[in-house]
Write a protein that binds this ligand. Structure first.
Ligand code: MG
Length: 376
């Protein structure tokens, strides 16, 4: 579709004209696993929303079912609404999925549409997202994330050392697949990156409570680990709190990537379960949901870290005061290189949004993506 911009008249609505949905399944560059699952591909659901002669792009890393849900439940509630009233659209979408259940696929679907609406509004008003929302920083820090449990020692060390060479200050690896071998893998990782970088581990909920307490101490003492993500499944708020209370004082307990609705994040913060909350704009209701989580973090005085999809998070991360960093996840960084125009270059482990591109600045290379298309 061609951008044929229409003049926006102050005070007049810009009705949503069309919403196009697609899904793509992109193979990983090698088999991957973490503490609890294995995978060999990533599915991305994309949305293009058209209004006022402009078109906004949004997406979620979610099953193709999220795309079907947009077609079946959301589009009829969005057509002809004012594209500039994003919160009104957001509330309409949340209401529309009441009977289907909000957390999970439905909120991934809402997230994809919401990020497209923010991009669209930026394009209609010809302003970058950092200007539309209002930035509190010009660039945001990344941490390298991969270190899959499927990797050999040499793969693990090469990946983490590569990020160290690029200037990243923190890197994260997966643990939890073979708990008896984890301390050695973490020592191998530390040996590859030297003493200066911060080393993070992510168990994806693989450990028992007592196992996690014991390993927290060993990871800290032997390898200086300062971030322990999901030592317990994120629904075990008591278990996460136990780790905060009994783990090393300099080690942050982090979780939240499986959070969808605002109430979930509020309950996690009320339980005192994390030192740093994680949230993912491709799951938690798009930029609108992410900003609600940021407000909760502000109120609870807890820092926020953006989970994955680094290119999609860069602009909103510059606008969220409690934000600490963005997860530069290997699979998603690779997909952005393959399939997005407008991706930001990591500079010394930082992303700096382009203030001269309206919206979030990303667009999908539709021709290149076509070979990965799956039916909805
Ligand atoms: Mg994680």
């Amino acid at each position: 579709m061609i951008d044929t911009a229409e003049q926006v008249v102050i005070g007049e609505a810009v009705p949503i004209e069309n919403i196009a949905v697609a899904a793509y399944k992109i193979p990983t560059d090698s088999p991957e696993s973490d503490g609890t699952i294995e995978w060999d591909s990533t599915t991305m659901v994309t949305v293009h929303v058209a209004a006022g002669g402009r078109r906004g792009f949004g997406f979620s890393y979610a099953p193709a079912a999220a795309g079907r849900l947009i077609n079946e439940l959301l589009i009829e509630h969005l057509k002809n609404r004012n594209a500039l009233n994003i919160e009104e659209c957001w509330q309409a979408m949340v209401a529309a999925v009441r009977n289907a259940g909000q957390p999970g696929v439905a909120f991934c679907a809402i997230s994809a549409v919401d990020t497209a609406l923010w991009d669209l509004k930026g394009k209609i008003l010809q302003i970058p997202l950092v200007g539309l929302i209002g930035a509190v920083r010009e660039e945001v820090e990344l941490y390298g994330s991969g270190g899959f449990t499927s990797y050999s020692k040499s793969q693990l060390q090469a990946q983490l050392a590569g990020w160290a060479e690029q200037g990243f200050h923190h890197v994260k690896m997966k643990v939890g697949r073979q708990p008896q071998a984890d301390c050695q893998r973490v020592r191998d990782a530390r040996a590859a990156i030297g003493d200066q970088l911060e080393l993070f581990v992510d168990a994806n909920g693989a450990y028992s409570r007592k196992q996690a307490v014991g390993l927290a101490r060993r990871f800290a003492e032997e390898s200086g680990v300062v971030w322990f993500e999901e030592p317990r499944p994120s629904d075990d708020l008591e278990g996460l709190r136990l780790l905060r209370d009994h783990g090393p004082s300099f080690m942050d307990i982090a979780a939240g990537e499986y959070g969808y609705t605002p109430g979930y994040f509020r309950r996690m913060l009320e339980a005192g379960a994390v030192d740093c909350l994680q949230a993912d704009a491709t799951r938690c209701g798009g930029y609108s949901g992410f900003l609600k989580v940021a407000a909760l973090c502000d109120a609870f005085d807890i820092p926020l870290s953006a989970h994955c999809a680094p290119q999609l998070h860069a602009q909103v991360a510059c606008c969220a005061a409690p934000l600490r960093h963005i997860e530069y996840f290997h699979d998603h960084a690779r997909i952005a290189e393959m399939l997005f125009d407008g991706s930001l270059e990591s500079n010394g482990g930082h992303l700096r949004p382009d203030a001269h591109r309206p919206g979030h600045g990303l667009s999908l290379k539709i021709v290149d993506a076509q070979r990965y298309a799956v039916s909805l």
